[in-house]
Design a protein around this ligand. Structure first.
Ligand SMILES: [Zn+2]
Length: 311
């Protein structure tokens, strides 16, 4: 049998339940520890721990699959010129670790467009994890079309299907906020990084902006009373149907700092992420005003977290 997953990628993967190594069999990956078998579908390992998935995760996954199913492969062109990606790529250029990275993890990779730019520029091992099979399929096809090498796996950011301490740099754009227990996801991000590794995460922050317009898609501010109210309103009363990004929280910068330092990160910087806002729901004449407003701290929609593991 010809192996479909090259050795350098297989060595990074791990069982999402027990973190043991995985061996490639005829049509699946087999865990060396707990013997569970994980299918490989269309070249994509399915490493999502489905056995104990929460109702909230199931609902999020349903919403994400629906939105990714409707998407097609992006046209060929300059991804860096696309305002939807330029902000993240600019941040990575300025904030990523200096020198060689060895490898790159995009945690919550979607259709892999940012990973593609990294793969092209750095020629390093690029691995993308996303809960959504439809997103991974698009990412895999995009890499094939562009002649780049990478591996996309379906997995959960709360129990990453990756070995401990192997990743040099990880980017999590708009993904860490999708779980009721954020600490678990931040701990996992820390676990898979090498000593001296770094993560950049972009995460919604609590501001007048998220308290108002992010309510359109059911954002849940992580503040004592507001969180319960928002969860009741969006999930119980409206049944989560308008939550097109699935379960999504926003945080104060102080709270985010605490999650990352608790996980073990040594230096943690949280600041404004200069994100491009589409504001599709606003009339054109208000868009320009809104884009200026979000530069003001009280209206920041998103912050970045740059966090370093101890050496
Ligand atoms: Zn296992």
């Amino acid at each position: 049998m010809q192996n479909s997953i090259s050795k350098k990628y297989l060595e990074l993967l791990a069982c999402p339940y027990c973190q043991s190594a995985l061996a490639e069999q005829e049509s699946h990956l087999q865990c060396a520890g707990c013997s569970r078998a994980f299918p490989v579908k269309e070249g994509i390992p399915l490493l999502m721990p489905m056995e104990d998935m929460s109702e909230i995760d199931k609902q999020s996954l349903k919403n994400w699959n629906q939105s990714w199913q409707a998407r097609v492969l992006p046209p060929t062109g300059d991804i860096e010129a696309d305002p939807a990606f330029a902000d993240a790529l600019q941040h990575i250029r300025e904030h990523a670790p200096k020198g060689a990275w060895e490898n790159f993890l995009e945690a919550g990779c979607g259709d892999g467009q940012k990973s593609l730019v990294i793969a092209r520029q750095k020629k390093i091992t690029c691995i993308g994890v996303d809960a959504c099979f439809e997103a991974c399929k698009l990412a895999k096809r995009l890499f094939a079309r562009e002649g780049e090498e990478g591996l996309f796996v379906v997995g959960d950011l709360k129990c990453l299907p990756l070995q401990t301490g192997k990743i040099k740099y990880s980017y999590a754009g708009g993904s860490m906020e999708h779980f009721p227990d954020t600490q678990v996801a931040v701990n996992e991000a820390f676990r898979v990084l090498k000593k001296g590794g770094r993560i950049t995460a972009t995460i919604p922050c609590i501001s007048l902006a998220t308290l108002i317009y992010a309510q359109l898609w059911g954002n849940i501010p992580e503040l004592p009373v507001l969180r319960s109210l928002a969860e009741w309103f969006h999930m119980r009363l409206l049944k989560g149907q308008h939550m097109r990004f699935g379960y999504e929280k926003s945080f104060t910068t102080r709270r985010l700092k605490r999650y990352f330092t608790t996980a073990g990160f040594k230096t943690v910087r949280v600041d404004e992420f200069k994100t491009h806002m589409e504001f599709t729901f606003l009339p054109d004449w208000i868009k320009a005003v809104a884009r200026r407003l979000v530069r003001w701290k009280w209206f920041w929609p998103v912050v970045y977290v740059d966090a370093d593991c101890p050496e």
